[in-house]
Ligand binder design. Structure first.
Ligand SMILES: Nc1ncnc2c1ncn2[C@@H]1O[C@H](COP(=O)(O)OP(=O)(O)OP(=O)(O)O)[C@@H](O)[C@H]1O
Ligand SMILES: [Mg+2]
Length: 318
């Protein structure tokens, strides 16, 4: 069972943007009808011209989580391997921590895709605000795990979850709950509840596996319940890409988008690394803007100057 709740939340926290979506918003909100229509037509034409100019089939650096563009860096591959191991050996709790835009949600979606329905009862739950109650969480778990009658009474609900976890285990499947933005669950009570769920064991290991994804604050949230912190069986820290990985990431996305020739010079890629510090979302934003800038200035191959100008415009360079 694959359920994703309210995945719009991270966009509101994001500091990044694509030039096109911003222009669209401005024209729709602030202009009169016909002028707005003219602007939109003009923008669509510009986008098409830009794709045509670089002979691209689609946008290579869109800031959405799209599995077709997934780049399996050594770090990502290693993290996936460890998480899969934790789940397969029923370790109970694994944690992935990374800074804003480091690729946590992308990794969570990728892991979910790898948990086939035949062997796993898996779900991805996205925490969308910090005032979530433990009742709300348990109800979501229950629904996602396939509990048929979800009770309003917490004790009954726990019993139903336990029964369902037993069924899943008897079917020879593994129950996996991936949770994104867990740093928002800043509550001792909820952390204690997780510990309770993790105490449910069969002879082969934990009856439910959690993988928490979150910002570095997640470490503090886990500290709210020391016994829960001690139950973290695998902890992964996602770091920014190296200069080499940044270049490979850029080339990978360009290739998926249909590029058949060099668009970013090696100096340009070095500059992208310099201003993004190897953070994937920032790499996307810089490269997306650089393509537009390069198109407007008729530069088939983007150089360091284009990237520097874009970095200044984006406030990434003084
Ligand atoms: N491995 C990857 N392959 C391809 N694109 C990626 C990868 N990792 C990250 N990205 C790109 O970077 C963007 C930001 O990644 P993601 O949303 O996963 O970061 P995050 O750590 O969840 O950010 P936040 O802290 O804001 O929630 C994604 O929209 C995606 O376009
Ligand atoms: Mg995220």
């Amino acid at each position: 069972m694959h359920v994703i709740f309210g995945n719009v939340h991270y966009e509101s926290r994001s500091s990044s943007f694509t030039p096109f979506s911003n222009i669209f918003c401005e024209s729709i909100r602030g202009r009169g009808g016909s002028f707005c229509f003219f602007r939109i037509s003009y923008i669509i034409k510009t986008i098409m011209d830009y794709l045509e100019y670089y002979r691209l089939a689609e946008h290579p650096f869109s800031n959405v989580v799209d599995s077709r563009f997934y780049y399996n860096s050594p770090q990502q591959a290693g993290a996936l391997g460890k998480l899969k191991y934790a789940v397969d050996t029923k370790k109970g709790l694994a944690v992935v921590i990374g800074n804003v835009g480091a690729g946590k949600t992308t990794l969570a979606r990728r892991l979910l895709e790898q948990l086939d329905e035949e062997n796993y009862e898996a779900a991805l739950l996205v925490i969308i605000h910090s005032s979530v109650s433990s009742e709300w969480l348990f109800k979501k778990f229950a629904i996602q795990l396939g509990v048929k009658h979800v009770s309003d009474n917490k004790l009954e609900l726990l019993g139903e979850i336990y029964k369902r976890l037993n069924e899943i285990n008897e079917e020879g499947k593994k129950a996996v709950v991936l949770m994104d933005e867990v740093q928002m669950l800043n509550s001792r009570e909820i952390m204690e509840e997780f510990r309770g769920l993790l105490n449910m064991e069969s002879s082969e290991g934990k009856m439910v596996n959690f993988v928490f994804f979150g910002l570095p604050e997640l470490d503090h949230v886990l500290m709210l319940d020391e016994p829960l912190k001690q139950r973290v069986a695998v902890r992964i820290r996602l770091t920014a890409y190296s200069e080499e990985d940044t270049a490979e990431y850029i080339n990978h996305r360009l290739k998926v988008a249909g590029a058949g020739h060099e668009i970013f010079s090696s100096e340009a890629m070095r500059s992208v690394f310099k201003y993004s510090n190897g953070t994937p979302r920032l790499i996307n934003t810089i490269c997306d803007n650089a393509l537009l800038e390069g198109f407007l200035n008729k530069k088939q191959v983007l150089d360091e100057t284009v990237i520097t100008n874009v970095a200044i415009d984006l406030g990434l360079k003084d």
